[in-house]
Ligand binder design. Structure first.
Ligand code: PAF
Length: 282
C-alpha cells in the first residue's frame, strides 16, 4: 500500500496513470473511517483501475474551532481498514501547509439557493470550505469518478454545482447512507457519544421515518413540532433543524405539492456533537 504525503508525488503517479489510460477513482475523507466510508472505497475499488483515498481534516469547512479540534482522529486504524479492502489502494495524507500551499484559505462560491438553508444556515461558510478543498483534490487527482455518501445530501448537491461552475469533467457517484442496526446513520462523530446518548440517538432515524409516513396526512408544522418535542425530551438533545425541502433546489417547504420530490433533513446536537441525517419522503 502506498501512503503519499506530498502533492508532487501524487501528480507524478496520476500522470503515469493517465498515460497508461488507467481509470482513477477518488474517495475524499476526513479520516476516522467507518463502514459508510468503506462502502465508498469498496465501490471505487470495484470500478476503477487506480484508487486513491485522501485523509485530511479540512480546517476551512469548520465554523467552530472547538468542533475542528475535537474532530475524531484514527489514522493507524484508518490505514488498516483501507488495506483490508486492498493493498493496492493509495492513500494521500497531506498536512495543512502541503494541501493549501501555506495558510488555509477559503474560496467563496455562489451556490445560488443550495447553501442558504439546512447545514449552510447553521454552519457559515461550511460549504465554501468543502468546495475549496474538493476543488483542490479534483484538480490534483483528475479522477474519472469521485465518491460521496448520501448522508451529506446537501454536500452532494454542492459538489455537483461546484463541478458545473468549474467545468470539471468527473462522474460524481453518490452511495446510500450506511446505518447501524437501530437506524442511526454512520458518522465519525458517533464515536463522541456516550453509551446512553448513542442508544437514545436512534430516535433521529425513527423521527425521519415517522415524518415519511405522515407528511402527507398531517399538518407539517404540527407534526414537526411534536417530533422536536419528543426528541428534546432526551437529556442534552437539541434539534438544530428539522425541515422538509425540495430534493433538487433544497427550498424549505411549508406545504407539500405531491408532484415534486421531497426530503426530510434533520440535525440534532447532542451535548455538542452534531448529528445530521436525511430521508427521501416520496
Ligand atoms: O464529507 C466529508 O468527509 C468532507 O466534507 C470532505 C468531502 C472529505 C471534504 O473535506
Amino acid at each position: 500500500m502506498l501512503i503519499v504525503y506530498r502533492k508532487e508525488k501524487v501528480t507524478g503517479l496520476i500522470n503515469q496513470a493517465i498515460l497508461s489510460k488507467k481509470s482513477i477513482g477518488l474517495v475524499p475523507t476526513m479520516g476516522s473511517l467507518h463502514k459508510g466510508h468503506l462502502s465508498l472505497i469498496e465501490k471505487a475499488n470495484k470500478n476503477n483501475d487506480t484508487v486513491w483515498v485522501s485523509i485530511f481534516i479540512n480546517p476551512t469547512q469548520f465554523n467552530s474551532p472547538k468542533d475542528f479540534k475535537k474532530y475524531p482522529k484514527n489514522l493507524e486504524k484508518d490505514i488498516d481498514l483501507i488495506e483490508s479492502i486492498s493493498d493496492k489502494i493509495n492513500v494521500f495524507i497531506p498536512n495543512e501547509k502541503e494541501m493549501y500551499d501555506g495558510m488555509p484559505k477559503l474560496k467563496i462560491y455562489d451556490f445560488k439557493s443550495l447553501d442558504i438553508e439546512l447545514e449552510g444556515k447553521y454552519r457559515k461558510n461550511h460549504f465554501n470550505g468543502v468546495a475549496t478543498i474538493v476543488s483542490k483534490l479534483l484538480n490534483l487527482f483528475k479522477p474519472n469518478n469521485i465518491y460521496f455518501g448520501e448522508k451529506d445530501y446537501q454536500q452532494t448537491l454542492i459538489i455537483r454545482e461546484l463541478v458545473r461552475i468549474e467545468k470539471i469533467n468527473v462522474n460524481i457517484i453518490i452511495c446510500p447512507t450506511v446505518r447501524e442496526k437501530d437506524g442511526l446513520a454512520l458518522s465519525s462523530r458517533n464515536n463522541l457519544l456516550s453509551d446512553s446518548e448513542r442508544e437514545k440517538s436512534s430516535i433521529i432515524f425513527v423521527s425521519l421515518n415517522y415524518l415519511k409516513k405522515n407528511f402527507n396526512s398531517l399538518k407539517l408544522e404540527s407534526i414537526k413540532k411534536s417530533i422536536i418535542k419528543s426528541i428534546q425530551k432526551n437529556k442534552n438533545f437539541k434539534v438544530e433543524y428539522l425541515e422538509i425541502a425540495d430534493s433538487t433546489t433544497l427550498q424549505i417547504q411549508k406545504k407539500i405539492n405531491s408532484k415534486k420530490s421531497y426530503r426530510a433533513f434533520i440535525c440534532v446536537n447532542i451535548n455538542d456533537v452534531r448529528l445530521i441525517d436525511n430521508l427521501l419522503l416520496n
